[in-house]
Design a protein around this ligand. Structure first.
Ligand code: ADP
Ligand code: NI
Length: 202
């Protein structure tokens, strides 16, 4: 697997997500890619596998491409087009398959490379960027910012309790866990301030 395949995957992802504005845009993919590479370097994972899996991790997402979500058809076709097949392709596809929160939850990843990409994707749901993405996603689905009655189970603030506050302790690598600490603190500071302003206390 070459630098050329990584360059091609960047172009492919940029084109794939060109019209996506629900938090799954090309910038998300590029942030996950950069974070995953940092984690891979610190963990001693195979960097090419991690790089390609990070760049391709959302091209078969069930929300964006339901018809290929099971087969990972888009990622598979891209890799084949680059002449990447057999074990090399399977390593990338395994990492992609094991990223998803909804599909894998707390099940540990089966490879170090999958752990790096999963942590990088989860880190992008934390911190300032994670806050922005949560409200952008909620807006794209017509959800309320906040519902103090708790009746709207899909409000954007509810998502912090359902998922985001749990992610720090679900990191799979030591490097990912360290990076999650600061971003998790940002989420808690934000929620404290949000609730205080909502209640008219500040
Ligand atoms: P990924 O796993 O690639 O981060 P997701 O589809 O799980 O993608 O989520 C995209 C973004 O939208 C994330 O920041 C996530 O936290 C946020 N998100 C997902 N579900 C909800 C929801 N029900 N309400 C608000 N934000 C959400
Ligand atoms: Ni993602």
């Amino acid at each position: 697997m070459t630098d050329e395949a990584i360059r091609a995957a960047k172009c492919y992802a940029q084109a794939f997500f060109a019209h996506e504005a629900s938090g799954h845009d090309a910038h998300h993919t590029m942030r996950v890619y950069r974070t995953a590479r940092r984690i891979a370097e610190r963990e001693g994972a195979d960097e090419a596998t991690v790089a390609l899996a990070a760049l391709l991790h959302d091209v078969d997402d069930a929300k964006l491409s339901p018809q290929t979500a099971e087969t990972l058809g888009n990622a598979r076709a891209f890799l084949a087009g680059q002449g990447i097949c057999g074990q090399e392709a399977e390593a990338v596809l395994t990492a992609i398959r094991e990223v998803s929160f909804s599909k894998n939850g707390a099940t540990p990843p089966s490879t170090l490379e999958a752990a790096c990409v999963r942590d990088a994707d989860r880190l992008d749901a934390l911190g300032a960027i994670g806050i922005a993405r949560t409200f952008a996603f909620g807006g794209s689905r017509g959800r309320m910012l906040h519902d103090p009655t708790g009746a709207d189970a899909g409000s954007s603030t509810q998502h912090f309790y359902d998922k985001l506050f749990k992610l720090k302790d679900m990191m799979c690598t030591e490097a990912g866990h360290q990076m999650a600490e600061g971003r998790d603190a940002v989420l808690h500071q934000f929620m404290d301030e949000f609730l205080a302003e909502w209640a008219g206390e500040r």
